[in-house]
Design a binder for this molecule. Structure first.
Ligand SMILES: [Zn+2]
Ligand SMILES: [Zn+2]
Length: 347
């Protein structure tokens, strides 16, 4: 094929543009049009789409506008759409220079969000993209009830989601080598308890627990809160432990202050992994804390914390930081097989 030919079809073209924009950290509203158009044409036959191109009625479809219609028409004609070429040129290159060796050892991702909480895409779109990235597993970790701004899931909604996860795994099939795992990003409440019932937490495959409220809590109280969560609850991964923001549209904020030695010693003692959160605006923990957790002997997980499919590709950014800190791959729990991971998480 010449460089202007394109053979993957209109749905793939629209999905690829959206993936690249998300990977390039575009705001959700800029990406929505491509995802909506892909969803709108997915059930339609190629014949119907061709007819609509001829009749110029693609834009009559809800969710298809002028620019997405031109992507569809080009892809149907076997021509590389301009918008896709531009997105590939702008956002298709490596995200960073390091981390690729470790990234090659990761089998999956333990922290991701769907549109059931504050993510931008349906669960199945996260799954397709995770499979395309070569993941063997993805843990779906939507938020817990008290995080109302992020539409945290009640026991009832999470129960429904678990049935959806089982249905998706049924459709994907064991032969695919991929499994969507049941998880949660559960809030660590002020007293160190977790924002979900123990019975519900017990039904999940893996639990990430994070602080999302009162980040500015005084040091001793924050230390108590985190040590209590790590020591007395059913958690597996301590998510973005300082809560800092270093860049991005939400602005910046300093991390929480706590006795990191005490918190990481508790993690090591209780087999809780310290998350290296790959989101560019988080870069959490800071390097000094990664090194401290390394020296204490903690386990780690390198997570995308993706809120959109393209953000699942952020993992290499966390890998670069783990490599820089010299963390042995076998201490990173998402280099493990699914069986080993689940045994650890439910011991
Ligand atoms: Zn979080
Ligand atoms: Zn999250």
């Amino acid at each position: 094929m010449s460089e202007h030919e394109y053979g993957a079809g209109p749905v793939a073209a629209l999905r690829r543009i959206a993936f690249l924009l998300e990977r390039g950290r575009a705001d959700t509203y800029k990406v929505k049009a491509y995802r909506a158009a892909a969803a709108a044409i997915l059930p339609l036959s190629e014949d119907e789409l061709r007819e609509r191109v001829t009749q110029k009625t693609l834009t009559d479809l809800p969710g298809v506008g002028a620019s997405t219609a031109s992507v569809i028409a080009d892809a149907l004609a076997g021509v590389l759409p301009d918008r896709l070429a531009k997105a590939e040129a702008e956002h298709g290159g490596p995200l960073t220079s390091g981390g690729t060796e470790l990234r090659g050892l990761l089998r999956g991702d333990l922290h991701s969000h769907s549109d059931w909480s504050d993510g931008g895409s349906p669960i199945e779109e996260m799954v397709f993209t995770a499979m395309e990235l070569g993941h063997e597993y993805l843990v779906l970790t939507d938020h817990s009830p008290r995080l109302t701004v992020a539409h945290g899931l009640s026991v009832e909604r999470l129960t429904k989601q678990l049935a959806v996860i089982e249905a998706i795994n049924g459709h994907v099939g064991a032969a695919s080598g991929f499994t969507l795992l049941k998880g949660i990003e559960v809030d660590i409440l002020d007293d160190g308890s977790l924002d979900q019932t123990d019975a519900m937490l017990a039904r999940l495959d893996l639990r990430v627990a994070s602080v999302h409220s009162k980040l500015a809590m005084e040091r001793a109280a924050m230390t108590r809160r985190m040590v209590t969560a790590v020591s007395t609850t059913r958690m597996n991964v301590l998510g973005h432990c300082t809560g800092r923001l270093v860049t991005g549209s939400r602005g910046t904020r300093p991390g929480s202050t706590f006795d990191a030695l005490a918190v990481f010693e508790a993690c090591a003692e209780h087999g809780v992994a310290v998350e290296i959160n790959s989101r560019p605006e988080r870069r959490d923990p800071p390097s000094k804390l990664i090194e401290l957790a390394r020296d204490i002997g903690c386990l780690f997980s390198i997570d995308s914390d993706a809120h959109a499919p393209g953000q699942l590709d952020f993992l290499v950014l966390g890998c670069e930081r783990a490599e820089a800190a010299g963390i042995e791959p076998d201490r990173i729990v998402n280099t493990w097989t699914r069986e080993r991971l689940l045994t650890w998480a439910n011991r």
